[in-house]
Design a protein around this ligand. Structure first.
Ligand code: TRP
Length: 332
């Protein structure tokens, strides 16, 4: 039995980076017969480290669920559920916290980055760090380990978290016996691993350089027009290997289309024309899903039904596994 699992933190409307780095590869994996079980969940409790408005919290959860459904997640093959619907994950989190050296959390990238920022700003090292943020990798480990996950498709920025999950599993297995927890492996999808944002840096909400998925056609067009370009004249030949527009184009276009655009670059293409080409492939990809997404967000009872079904499927697994883990760790 091989299980894949991944989660998306609902901190805002999903963007192209989420699509290419996580959602699209994960949906493709569902159709891969090497895996018997696919679990996809909305990591809503992780979002609590930063979201303080319940309305926003709820809307984000629906938005992520609708996104996965709209982009074609096959709900007969995959289980889609909400992290916080399965209380076993919090029980396991506590057990794992008791197995994790504090120093491992001090070394976690996202915490370290926050501390570094505070040092630079000459404020207290732990300013703005809540315990949820600090323990984030442990809750994430519980997400993975609760379901006996073998493979976790994630973006590169999450590798350290999977390493932490693996090392916690190893520690538990040494202490309690090899069948306690399954040691997970990350799966990095190369094609989508680096998605440049509007300014060429990695597309990320924290850089404010994202192209969100569910913009209207008009707004999508506008955003794509904002991609940073140099001031070379339209007729000047351009290097297709050094272009944000081309990098994004490659993630959506067919090989023949890519070749054709590369040729136009070498002949000399105006940035406006290149941006239009990019808009067209992105829009073609998103226009069908956009309609499904909008319908779901206008009638959330459909999403509730899907998440309810996912909850009972995930719950069954969680109960069964937690029974085994609890017994091995506590004797009860
Ligand atoms: N930390 C992940 C992110 O920020 C989300 C996440 C939470 C996750 N739990 C997970 C991803 C378990 C994979 C497996 O995107």
């Amino acid at each position: 039995m091989k299980t894949i699992l991944t989660g998306i933190k609902p901190t805002g409307t999903p963007h192209l980076g989420n699509l290419l780095g996580a959602i699209r590869p994960a949906i493709e994996l569902t159709n891969n017969s090497d895996f018997d079980r696919s679990l996809y969940f909305i990591a809503d409790s992780h979002a609590l480290t930063s979201i303080r408005d319940p309305k926003e919290y709820k809307e984000n959860v629906y938005s992520v669920a609708a996104t996965w459904i709209a982009l074609g997640l096959d709900l007969d093959k995959a289980i889609l559920f909400k992290q916080s619907d399965i209380p076993e994950v919090f029980e396991l989190t506590w057990m794992l916290q008791c197995l994790t050296p504090k120093g491992d959390m001090n070394r976690a990238h996202s915490y370290k980055a926050k501390v570094q920022q505070n040092i630079e700003n000459k404020t207290d090292e732990d300013h703005g760090v809540n315990m949820g943020l600090y323990n984030y990798p442990i809750l994430m480990s519980a997400d993975i380990l609760l379901y006996d996950t073998n493979i976790v498709p994630v973006g590169k920025d999450q590798i350290q978290h999977i390493e932490i999950a693996r090392s916690i599993a190893q520690r538990a297995n040494q202490l309690y016996g090899a069948s306690c927890l399954v040691e997970p492996q990350e799966l990095i999808q190369e094609a989508g691993a680096y998605v440049p944002g509007l300014d060429g840096r990695k597309m990320s909400k924290s850089y404010g350089n994202t192209i969100s998925l569910w913009e209207t056609e008009k707004k999508l067009r506008k955003l794509i027009n904002k991609i940073t370009t140099d001031s070379s004249a339209p007729e000047e030949p351009k290097n297709p290997d050094d272009s944000i527009i081309m990098d994004l184009y490659k993630l959506f276009a067919r090989p023949s289309e890519i070749q054709a655009l590369e040729k136009r670059y070498k002949e000399g293409i105006g940035w406006g024309e290149a941006k239009l080409a990019l808009f067209e492939v992105v829009n073609e990809y998103l226009s069908g899903p956009r309609e499904i997404y909008t319908n779901l967000m206008n009638d959330k009872t459909q999403i509730d039904k899907i998440l309810d079904r996912g909850r009972s499927q995930a719950k069954e697994l969680a109960e069964k596994n937690m029974k085994r883990i609890r017994k091995m760790i506590t004797g009860f």
